[in-house]
Design a protein around this ligand. Structure first.
Ligand code: GLC
Length: 747
């Protein structure tokens, strides 16, 4: 019996047993590329075009789509690849179920502007940049990504990495300020924060570096306006943070509304194909900004949506956000022979690849889990982290007679101003999923938590933008009854942000008159300034002894501010943007070129580069910020006076906390290439360290200078290093250089 069976067994086994190569094939996982190609092979042209089409949900993005017509039907027909402004485990699941009714059941991507927090609102990005603390910035993005992913979101349209030198532009609040070096490090930190341990993890969302490119240089600081700059400035100043985002593994990019030298970014193949996908080898996909493909008609770059779609797909815009140019025209463009199908395949491939990476083909609902959402949002440790980064983002601008920190023994404090009790304004412009039951700690509440026996008086004094002085008397009375006055002044949450450019960036309304009136009572006055941008407030800066810039600090604003005012936390923030004295000085930034007639100082105006009616210097410089203690810089040493092209120099010095409270200092290294072609800025930030020192403690700080820090783009856009003298400048602000020396770079 056995004999008979054996041959059968052998045959059976050999039939059923896979050959070695089959076994190997069976055990070797199918690559995502292979899965993508296999899927594309099954797709019709219409289904491919559907993947390039993105629609928005309704304003209230957690409920059914009502005002947008047939979008759900189109999802079911496989005509939609992604939705934005659809959030929440429940609603994203519902929308995904609609996608599962399509022929090929390709899951949707859900995108959202998670700019500074999802449920827990963090300080606006410009405020976080003022912390110069890359760890807390990354952590802030990590928490935002975790909360968003728990709510069905796969993709955030952040970080915004636009360099901005013009505070009239309302979107400065979303970025990291004016400096390319700091902005590049922050871009990397935020991409890493959002993407965490990598796509596919249930707490990771795709990052989206935006707005590509040079959107922050809008002429006149007027949002959506043209950008006109030399190719060298583009490469030297505006592109590096985007390259940093690519190097950090950013999954996606978003292009920008502006034209760059006459070519709209969304139709700009130099930007999207030559640079991003070509030179930088970017493998992710590019989503257009809202309607920007169709807006090429308004730009005057395309005569209709048919032409706009043609230009955009050729220029490397992969996904069309809300312009419907692709869904309505690409098939015809292919049939008319204007667009090759493999161009569409490339865009589809990039998008499907991300959907596979996110695990959405394994389980389209894996991010839409109501239990996990409930467990994840608003965790106490997330609120604690928001408070931590908020207090580290606060910048102390002035503190004469040491009014700050406030004593707990004060009998009474008068809290005066339109932002003392504000909650909505502390959320900033891009607060996302603010729950009705969510609670923002206002300044008033934060002070109540920490005031102890001190009596708190309150008077609003005036509104943010009004001209009525009706509230002044009550405010003056409150001030007269108090030992100290703390005023909370500034912008409303929607006076900075998208489409919120201001030609006049003074403190709005009659707020500065209220400050004057309170100052006239003779009481010690502390002014807190809350805004999404640098403002102009010269009278206050000249006459008020204590000034603190608190930006918009999010959920824990009041606690963080009280922590600083009472000295629980010694302020350590440094300005990531220059503060002008007047709009007339803009654009004004620290890393300017010398010119042939540099002014030695503000008085040096005789045939020098300056103004006859105003100082040339800014009100507050890039990198400026005070502490409740003082720091001393001494003992600068260079490891060598000469450096070969492939060598390094170590710069070291002693930093001392010369005061009687512990504090953090951001020691900044600036370099100048003294003679170069083309000319180089009078100084550029090339490194920094944020150091905590106890009272009296000293520490040796070292920076390494290598070729990379000495290189720049020449007029041919070549990355070059030129021998010669380099100045070294070290200090706690770009205008407070404490140590200087120079070295020679030799061939
Ligand atoms: C907006 C913004 C962009 C945002 C997008 C989606 O117009 O320019 O930053 O991500 O549309 O809301």
């Amino acid at each position: 019996m056995i004999k008979k069976i054996i041959p059968f067994l052998i045959v059976a086994i050999s039939l059923s047993a896979p050959s070695y190569s089959q076994k190997k094939a069976a055990t070797t996982p199918v690559s995502i590329d292979e899965k993508v190609n296999a899927l594309i092979a099954k797709m019709t042209l219409e289904e491919k075009i559907g993947q390039l089409n993105q629609y928005t949900g309704d304003r209230d993005a957690t409920g059914p789509i009502t005002t947008s017509g047939d979008k759900v039907d189109q999802i079911k027909q496989g005509k939609v690849g992604s939705m934005l402004n659809v959030r929440g485990a429940k609603f994203t699941r519902e929308m995904q179920q609609a996608a599962m009714q399509s022929r090929l059941k390709i899951p949707l991507l859900f995108g959202q502007d998670v700019i500074h927090g999802y449920r827990v609102t963090f300080p606006i990005p410009l405020a976080e940049a003022a912390s110069w603390d890359l760890d807390v910035i990354e952590k802030s993005a990590r928490i935002a990504g975790t909360e968003a992913a728990a709510s069905g979101i796969h993709w955030t349209f952040a970080p915004m990495v636009d360099i901005a030198r013009d505070p009239r532009w309302g979107r400065v609040m979303e970025g990291a300020g004016e400096d390319t070096y700091l902005g590049s490090l922050i871009a990397k930190a935020r991409v890493k924060g959002f993407q965490g341990k990598g796509l596919g993890n249930l707490d990771a969302v795709m990052a989206c570096a935006k707005h590509f490119a040079a959107y922050g240089a809008a002429i006149g600081g007027r949002d959506y306006n043209s950008v006109d700059m030399s190719e060298r400035t583009l490469w030297q100043v505006y592109l590096p943070p985007f390259k940093a985002a690519v190097d950090a593994g950013a999954a996606t990019f978003m292009n920008s509304f502006n034209d760059l030298n006459g070519i709209p970014a969304t139709g700009n193949s130099y930007l999207q194909r030559d640079i991003l996908k070509g030179k930088w080898g970017f493998k992710g996909f590019v989503v257009s900004d809202w309607g920007s493909i169709g807006e090429m008609i308004q730009h005057g770059y395309a005569k209709d949506n048919y032409e706009a779609a043609d230009v955009a797909i050729h220029a490397g815009s992969d996904m069309d956000m809300e312009s419907r140019s692709y869904i309505n025209n690409l098939a015809k463009l292919v049939k008319d022979g204007k667009v090759k199908e493999d161009l569409i395949d490339d865009a589809v491939r990039r998008i499907l690849y991300k959907k596979f990476e996110l695990g959405l083909f394994d389980d389209p609902y894996r991010f839409s889990d109501g239990q996990r959402e409930k467990k994840t949002l608003n965790k106490p440790e997330f609120l604690a982290a928001a408070r931590d980064v908020a207090k580290k983002s606060i910048v102390l601008l002035k503190n004469e007679n040491q009014i700050l920190p406030l004593s707990k023994d004060l009998k009474s404090i008068a809290l005066i101003g339109p932002l003392v009790k504000s909650e909505k304004d502390m959320q900033g412009f891009w607060s996302v999923d603010w729950g009705k039951e969510d609670h923002l700690v206002s300044l008033f509440e934060g002070m109540q938590q920490q005031a102890g026996k001190t009596q708190l008086l309150y008077a609003k004094g005036c509104d943010i933008s009004d001209t009525s002085k009706a509230g002044f008397a009550e405010a003056i009375k409150a001030a007269q009854q108090a030992d100290v006055v703390v005023m909370a002044m500034g912008e409303k949450y929607d006076m900075s942000g998208e489409a919120k450019s201001r030609a006049n960036i003074h403190l709005p309304g009659i707020q500065e008159e209220l400050i004057k009136a309170i100052q006239e009572t003779g009481k010690p006055v502390v002014v807190l300034l809350m805004a999404g941008r640098p403002m102009v407030f010269n009278w206050t800066a000249d006459h008020i002894p204590a000034i603190v810039y608190t930006w918009w600090l999010g959920s824990q604003a009041g606690n963080a501010i009280a922590d600083v005012l009472y000295g629980q936390y010694n302020p350590s923030g440094k300005l990531p943007m220059t503060f002008p004295r007047s709009e007339g000085q803009i654009p004004i930034y620290y890393n300017y070129l010398s010119t042939g007639r540099p002014a030695k100082d503000d008085q040096d105006t005789h045939y020098r580069s300056g103004y006859i009616d105003m100082q040339k210097s800014p009100r507050y410089a890039f990198g400026y910020g005070l502490s409740y203690t003082t720091f001393e810089y001494s003992g600068l040493k260079l490891s060598a006076a000469k450096m070969g092209l492939n060598e390094q120099i170590t710069v070291s010095f002693t930093l001392k906390n010369a005061g009687n409270v512990a504090g953090e200092e951001v020691a900044q290294l600036y370099l100048r290439d003294v003679v170069a072609r083309p000319v180089q800025p009078v100084k550029e930030l090339k490194d920094f360290q944020k150091v905590m020192l106890k009272p009296g403690e000293s520490k040796t700080i070292s920076f390494t200078i290598d070729k990379e820090k000495l290189s720049f783009y020449n007029e041919k856009i070549e990355w070059v290093t030129q021998p010669g003298e380099f100045r070294i400048m070290i200090g706690g602000s770009s205008d407070a250089i404490r140590l200087e020396d120079s070295f020679n770079l030799v061939d």
